[in-house]
Each structure stands twice: as C-alpha cells, then as structure tokens.
Design a protein around this ligand. Sequence first.
Ligand code: SF4
Length: 419
Amino acid sequence: MSKLVPGSECLNGVLEGGRAAGVPEMTDIVSDAAACPEYRDIRDAQFRPAGRDHGNGDPRELFAVARILQSRHKSRTVTFSKKAFINVVNLCRDICSYCTYKAEPGQPKSVMMSKQQIDLSLQMARRYGCIEALLVTGERPEERYEEARRWLGENGFESTADCLAYASRKALELGLFPHTNAGNLTRPEMAELQKTNVSMGVMLETSSGRLASEPGGPHYLAPSKRPAARIAVLEDAGRLRIPMTTGILLGIGETVREAVESLGVIRDIHRRYGHIQEVIIQNFWPKPDTAMRRAPPADRAYFMAVVAACRVMMPDMNIQIPPNLSPGTYGEFLSVGINDWGGVSPLTPDYVNPEFPWPAIRRLKRDTEAAGYRLECRFPVYPEFAHMVPGRLRDMMSRVAQADGNGGGAMLVKRELWE
Ligand code: SF4
C-alpha cells in the first residue's frame, strides 16, 4: 500500500486505516472528487484493469490519482516566490476569531507605515535580493479608526488603496514586483493597482455563509468575509483580467462538505473568467491572543485529503500549501498534489502566523529535491498568467527572467538571483 504514496508516513498511516482518523466524512471528499472526469479516466485506466478499484469511498485512490494528476499537469517542478512581506497597516475594520495579524491602535504590534518606512522596507527587500513585494493591509482600517484616518492624512493619502498604489510604484522603481493582498478592494481600486501589480490576492477562506451568519462563528464580525462579498471581488478581478491568488482556510469550523464546496466555488469562478492563478490551502493554527485560542488545529489527514481533492477538481491549477505551517513535514504534501510553496521571505516574518518561521530557501530546495522535484523561483504572477500582465511590467520581468522566459517559455526568475 505504501507504494501508492511513497515518502509520506502520515498519509500511509491514513491509508492503512482506510480513512482519516477522526474525520468520519472522509468518504464525502473522495466521492466528490471521484465524480471529476479525469479521476474517472485515471481510475479506469490504472486501477480497474489491475483489480485495484477501491470504490468511491476509499482515500487510497484519491491520493494516488492526485499524485498522477500533479505529475501529468505540473511535471516535476515546484515553485516559490522570494518575497518581502510589507506590513503596510495592520489595523482592520473587521474581526475574525482566529486572526492575530490585526492590531488595535496603540498596541505594540500595531503598524501604520509612513512613506519613509515604506521606502526603507522596500529598499531593504531589494538589498536581500527579494523579487516580490507582498503588500498587505487590514480591511479598510480608515472606516473604523480615527488613528488610521489621521495616518492617511499625515502621509497625503486619500485611502488605504491610495497608499498601496504609492507603495506599488515605489516597489517597481526598485525592481521589485508588487502583489497586493488588501481584502475586499473595489473594482476601481483594483483597476488602479493593476497598473503596477503583476498579480493580486484575496482569500475566499470559505464559501460557507453559516460561518459568517451564526453568532460566535469565525466571520460573524467580519462582513468582508461573507462569501458573496469575496466572490464579488474575485469576479471583479476576473472582469479586469487580473491574475488572482485565492484559497481556503481549513479547520475554522467548516464541515468537510463545506470545504469541498468552497473549492467548487473557486473552480466555477475560474471557469467563467480564467484568472485564478493559484489556490492556497491553509491550515488553521490557534493563536493565544484570539477568540479561537482553544480550538484544535486543522486535522492533518483532513488537510491532506482536501489538498488531494483540490488537485482532482482542478487538475491544472497551481496549488500551494504554506510550508511554515507544516514544519518538518511539508514535503509530504508533494505526495498529494501541490506544486508551489508560496512566498518565502529571507527578510521578514509571516505577520499572519508570526510563530511559524519560513524555512530557509536552501532548506526548501534541499527538501524539494529530496522528494524528487526541482525547485524554481517564480514571480508573484505564475508563468502561464504572465500574458495578462501589462506590457511594461512584463518587460521588467523579462530582464530578470531565465533566458527563454519572454515568449513561449516559462517566465521564471534567473537561478543566480535566488540560489
Ligand atoms: S483576517 Fe484579515 S479581515 Fe480578518 S481580522 Fe484579520 S486582518 Fe481583518
């Protein structure tokens, strides 16, 4: 049986039990995935003739099919982005029960960067050889806090989005490629940022309205996380033809079916607009200073099964798990269909998960190669979406891209800039 998922102790433990311990609805994931056409084709070709059909309720097939699809659509290349996390402002009008990123004015961790601080952070990122400037803010802090309105006024900005446009221009001037993640931006705001950002991101988190409407739910006090609001942002980005990163957060109280439905929502948006460049599947960890501090972390076997289901549901999608959130074992996720490690910074912490340091890039390369894959550094925008980037930005990318990068070849960063 271990031949199905070589190199994954956890997964083989799951398989020996026939399903994930503590996840009785595991068969739901497998059944949903098994309805996908490529799954059926592979099962018919590879399992039935050999008498290895496990039916629709056994995760052995799911993991094996995900692995085959990963090889078929993504070859042996796994990517990451060498980034600096620029924490522009961490005040936020919303309250998510699991969030430790958000700060209140006056707290030691609160950040409202001045223009000078933005400039200095970007210069430092450049000095550390970063390629991506990940620009992150809380959700429209000026709508809730006088302090945020004062910060904007003192720096000559009309809004948080205006500040992001400034930071993006500065990043480009320094040769860094901006990728903004600032929650629910409006269509005009995204259109403005599209001039300087090679890609953008907003997590769907979940398509479960229940988690936002039930008192005590993780998104009850976060209107920006209502699924309809997030879907509208992703659709607007699609109409604007912006390469978008999105994803889901597992373990915040969703059912297994809701997790799979969330992936289905992302798949459907991508089918309509063709602009979702990446799905991040992030596992929840409780944070001591949050309302969900006593909630258990996301079940690992469930996490792996959802990753595999994502590969089956969207066979050619770029799928990422953050390696710092699975310390020491992240390499096992290569066995269930991922092909990207996301942004990894040699300079800044993960302000969203500050207790989890990113692995060193050298370590990431070693672990990736040990699993039989080749590590490459990508831009914030994935190579196959680079054609959607404005020509001026694409020209800038081609200057630091590998020789065959501008045109039909893969737009990946020169190896000497990150190895
Ligand atoms: S997760 Fe985002 S929207 Fe929610 S409280 Fe934190 S910063 Fe605000």
